[in-house]
Write a protein that binds this ligand. Structure first.
Ligand SMILES: Nc1ncnc2c1ncn2[C@@H]1O[C@H](COP(=O)(O)OP(=O)(O)OP(=O)(O)O)[C@@H](O)[C@H]1O
Ligand SMILES: [Mg+2]
Length: 452
């Protein structure tokens, strides 16, 4: 967890830093917004920025967005200055912390932001096997290819491997190859020199260099275009990167983890993924089974999520009734652990008796029996049957498509990757559609924080 503080926090920087350090954060300090941008472009990563409320927070947030630095900004101000707090949040700050810094409050913010507290819950034999393998290979520097359906926990496993590795004290940088537009992914990964192209106003260190001494997670690697794949192959072979417009390569010491929810052999066969790169990345293959294949994990995961969301909402955690547990274990969970997490989040908010009963568990799809006998029905959404289109007749294909896409995205709490998977379209197609709807004025659910 890397914290970057801008300004001296009204003289409280010493106390704030000490609290953050005692909670395991690495703290860096810069005088102003310009200093922060220089540090970030220079590869000094940050997971969280704290800034004095009197600084121009809107400018900071705009600069971060423009240069694609993705980290939350927390405003700090003098106790009880309500107007300043409101203004900071309107300008794009995620939180407002009153000063002098309160130990508990800072700890809570760090905990909410950092993924280091993320738990890995499992009880099944299938998952125990995967974890045993992860434990065994974590200390080596070998590349790992983590595959599995969307929402099975690939990123959770990747973080687990990093934490158990010799590089645990280094950083883990995660890059979603599908979420970043093609033309930006190259500069994001490799960085660039000042003047390398129009708009390259200053040198920018790429993610490979930022991950130096640590781990880089290339999420959804199957979506990387072929030209970048050959550049990546060179990084893996030579352990050096060429910044765009750079005159000499820069050595990097990184471990590479990659994830994909596609069948990699299939994309290799289709010619959209280089076979030699696949072999380099697939030194250790880890396949995460779907939740359907490890039903013993459903109840412990559900209880964990109830606990988590009850705590976050300040309400006591309710127990699941037996019939609720039954309902959960019967369900097909096409969206895997993520769908279970979203479902339990809703249940926590909807339940009102002493226990969580089946009526507080909203499942959008079909029970597993129906999937099994449904002749290839494999989507979470229940499709209208062929003779039941009455409600749709009279509507255009475009409008039905828009409704389906936005409903699915809402169901996934804004997660683009998961929604695209359920819809059976590529994430790029989904993005293009959303852009089009947004231009037409439709409200688009925002992505969950920290994911995209
Ligand atoms: N074993 C687990 N214990 C606790 N939480 C889990 C576990 N597996 C997954 N989760 C939670 O489920 C959600 C989805 O997990 P994750 O993002 O790792 O999935 P993924 O396989 O990378 O999905 P995608 O392919 O869509 O990117 C996250 O919120 C994660 O914290
Ligand atoms: Mg993922």
């Amino acid at each position: 967890m890397r914290l970057l503080i801008i300004g001296d926090l009204y003289g409280q920087i010493g106390t704030a830093s000490a609290i953050a350090r005692s909670r395991g954060a690495k703290v860096a300090h810069v005088a102003d917004i310009e200093g922060a941008m220089v540090a970030l472009r220079d590869g000094q990563g940050a997971d969280l920025i704290m800034i004095e409320v009197r600084e121009d927070i809107e400018k900071l947030v705009t600069l971060l967005m423009r240069e694609r630095f993705n980290m939350p900004v927390i405003a700090c101000g003098v106790h009880n200055d309500k107007d300043a707090a409101v203004k900071a949040i309107r300008s794009g700050a995620k939180e407002y912390i009153p000063l002098p810094p309160n130990e508990e409050l800072i700890a809570a913010v760090l905990e909410a932001i950092t993924e280091e507290t993320q738990s890995l819950i499992f009880a099944s034999a299938a998952m125990s096997k995967v974890i045993a393998m992860a434990d065994q290979i974590a200390p080596s520097d070998a590349s790992v290819m983590i595959t599995g359906e969307s929402g099975t926990g690939k990123e959770v496993i990747a973080r687990y491997i990093h934490k158990k590795s010799k590089r645990a004290s280094g950083t883990m940088i995660s890059v979603n190859c599908a979420a970043i537009p093609e033309n930006l992914l190259e500069s994001e990964l490799f960085g660039y020199e000042k003047g390398a192209f129009t708009g390259a106003v200053a040198r920018r260190i790429g993610k490979f260099e930022e991950a130096d001494g640590g781990t880089i997670l290339l999420d959804e690697i199957s979506e990387m275009d072929l030209r970048l794949q050959s550049k990546l192959l060179r990084v893996l072979q030579e352990r050096e990167v060429d910044r765009i417009g750079g005159s000499k390569p820069v050595k990097v010491n990184i471990r590479v983890l990659a994830t994909s929810n596609r069948d990699m052999q299939d994309v290799v066969k289709k010619g959209t993924f280089r076979e030699d790169l696949y072999f380099r990345l697939n030194v250790i293959p880890l396949n995460i089974p779907s939740l359907r294949e490890r039903k013993e994990d459903i109840q412990p995961l559900a209880e964990y999520f109830i606990e988590k969301y009850s705590k976050a909402n300040g309400i006591p955690a309710r127990k699941l009734s037996d019939s609720a547990i039954n309902k959960l274990t019967q369900y097909a969970w096409q969206g895997n652990v993520r769908e279970l997490e979203n479902t339990m989040h809703r249940s926590v908010l909807l339940a009102n008796g002493a226990t969580i009963e089946p009526d507080a568990i909203f499942l959008q799809g079909v029970p597993e029996q129906a999937v099994a006998s449904g002749g290839g029905q494999s989507r979470t959404m229940a499709a209208p049957s062929a003779n039941n289109t009455g409600g749709l007749v009279g509507r255009t294909v475009d409008s039905v498509e828009q409704e389906l896409i936005l409903d699915t995205l809402n169901h996934c709490l804004g997660n683009r990757t998961h929604a695209a998977n359920i819809l059976g379209i590529s994430i790029r197609t989904l993005r293009n559609k959303l852009k089009q709807y947004s231009e037409q004025g439709a409200p688009i659910p925002p992505p969950p924080t920290g994911t995209e």
